[in-house]
Design a protein around this ligand. Structure first.
Ligand code: ARG
Length: 458
């Protein structure tokens, strides 16, 4: 294909170099954004008298036809084209003749691509936001079903204190809510239109950048044309938000993998989201959760790649920046794929409440509460802590747990112990009496569910 910029050159690009230079195989996905941007650009040119109304009508018609034909499959995107911007402009010119050649007045591919990727990310983030809200809804609903499901809470992966499954799930609810907001915050900063920055220095034409920004749904224009074409920090911010989201999905996946092992048996994943082994007939593997955990690495990689690509670039546009798209697209695709599988996997996961409860009853998980019992009877916490430590050691040596150690034995440790201690250290009491704000107690869990619900209804 003849290059639009061929005029200055005496021979054409070597084949390997041409392929190397081309971005069409990945940036073709921005055809819609590119056409939308071009339509608004042409409208602005005509309003400012830079092109005539007839020329504008011709261009608009041509662009609409191209859009329609790409969508219907009638027009194949040419894999030999340099990039999507060149491809669309060349088809336009082929179809409508010289008027097509006027479209690129007062712009450059540098501001064009900076615009397209913003439009692309805005749409994708809308979709990712919807997928995230769906996940948060599933978490909220599962929490509401498990307000009295007790399981061990862990620190260092050692049984620590009893909690409700609702409380545990809602921790993820809070994290994913922040992920949603992080994406929104980055979008707010991104939502300024670079179109009209041109190659780097602006243009001699009397353009109307505000008009274009408004038509394209931006909050304003980028005020420095060099920044307009050089800036990719919005991609970095979004990739960083995606990486954080993936990190949360990965931690949740890790827990689901542990919980569905025979060692824990806290949940059972639905057959639709598990796989079998090629050799071991008994196996039911949590592949989806493992893949989400695994794919987290690739999104981190996308972020690192972009940060590294940009770190040494002088202003303004450099071809290195073409590399931004594969990282951005891969991160977007990965996050969407993960959310689409992860959410229904959690939704259909069976909670094995009895096993959770049993595990909570086995691990001296109420030792803090026994210490608190003594504290409430007047003993300083550190003394109580030491006493209970000794009692736990005694129980371990003699085959007791705190709940079945006879009261006479307790009294040998301290006269403050009375029969009421057993009720005080029951799992239900341990959970229900955790009344502090944000704790695992029922009022706090209720408040968290309301908070998430308000966010979802917003
Ligand atoms: N395909 C290019 C990219 O993605 C478009 C911008 C090219 N600009 C240029 N001056 N060569 O970055």
């Amino acid at each position: 294909m003849d290059k639009m910029w061929a005029g200055r050159f005496s021979k054409s690009l070597e084949k390997e170099a041409d392929d190397f230079n081309s971005s069409i195989h990945f940036d073709s996905r921005m055809y819609k954004q590119d056409i939308t941007g071009s339509m608004v650009h042409a409208m602005m040119l005509s309003r400012r008298g830079i092109i005539t109304k007839d020329e504008y009508a011709d261009i608009l018609n041509g662009l609409s036809g191209i859009l329609e034909d790409i969508e219907s499959g009638k027009l194949q995107i040419d894999s030999d084209a340099e990039d999507i911007h060149m491809f669309i402009e060349s088809v336009l010119t082929k179809r409508i003749g010289d008027n097509g050649k006027k479209l690129h007045t007062a712009r450059s591919r540098n501001d064009q691509v900076a615009l397209d990727i913003r439009l692309y990310l805005r749409e994708e983030c809308e979709e990712i936001g919807g997928l995230l809200k769906k996940l948060i809804t599933v978490i909220r609903d599962k929490a509401a079903e498990n307000k009295s499901t007790i399981l061990p809470g862990y620190t260092h992966l050692q049984r620590a204190q009893p909690i409700t499954f609702a409380h545990h799930l809602l921790a993820y609810g809070m994290m994913f809510k922040r992920d949603f907001e992080r994406i929104g915050d980055a979008l707010k900063r991104m939502n300024y239109s670079p179109i009209g920055s041109c190659a780097l220095a602006g243009t001699t034409y009397d353009t109307d950048r505000e008009f274009e920004a408004e038509r394209l749904g931006f909050d304003g224009i980028t005020l420095n044309s060099i920044d307009g074409v050089s800036d990719r920090d919005f991609c970095i911010e979004l990739l960083s938000a995606f990486a954080t989201l993936m990190m949360h999905l990965s931690r949740f996946s890790e827990e689901i993998i542990l919980w569905s092992s025979w060692e824990f048996k806290f949940v059972e994943l639905d057959d639709g989201y598990t796989t079998g082994s090629s050799i071991m007939p008994q196996k039911k593997n949590p592949d989806m959760a493992e893949l989400v955990r695994g794919k987290t690495g690739r999104v981190y990689g996308d972020l690192m790649a972009l940060l590294t690509t940009l770190k040494g670039l002088p202003l303004a546009y450099n071809k290195d920046m073409q590399e931004d798209k594969e990282s951005v697209f891969d991160a977007v695709d990965t996050v969407k794929k993960c959310l689409r599988v992860f959410t229904p996997m959690v939704e259909t996961m069976k909670v094995l409440k009895d096993n959770m409860y049993k595990a909570a009853g086995e691990g001296f998980i109420n030792a803090t509460d026994l210490a608190d019992y003594l504290v409430k009877k007047g003993m300083p916490f550190r003394t109580a802590y030491k006493h209970v430590g000794e009692i736990v050691a005694f129980c371990i040596d003699n085959g007791y747990i705190l709940d079945n150690l006879p009261i006479e034995k307790y009294k040998e440790f301290d006269a403050l112990f009375e029969d009421d201690l057993y009720a005080e250290i029951s799992l239900e009491t341990c959970v229900n009496k955790r009344i502090s704000a944000g704790g695992t107690g029922p009022a706090s869990v209720e408040r968290q569910i309301d908070y998430i619900t308000e966010f979802l209804n917003d």
